[in-house]
Design a protein around this ligand. Sequence first.
Ligand code: MG
Length: 99
Amino acid sequence: MKLEKDTKLICIDYDGTYTESPELFDYFIKKAKELGFSVIGCTMRYENEIDEDLRHFEQMVDELYFSERRAKKKYLEELNINPQIWIDDTPEWLFVDSI
Ligand SMILES: [Mg+2]
């Protein structure tokens, strides 16, 4: 994914966050993009755990990342992706592996 230097990056969790109200987050993602934000999704799922609803989320965000149970912040940092804003129902998973 190409990110503009000055673009603020928002990272949204899937399970328990987006799933809580896809209608709300679809609206939020659209509006954030209109306002010039980039929006990615990051889930601790494995890529083979994708389902129809997650596919919809994938289509809404600029890019979807599967950390495969690894702490999301570290996982994304290793890809040189550093969101300024995180939206997550369990923020501890940004810092702790789930294994
Ligand atoms: Mg969650």
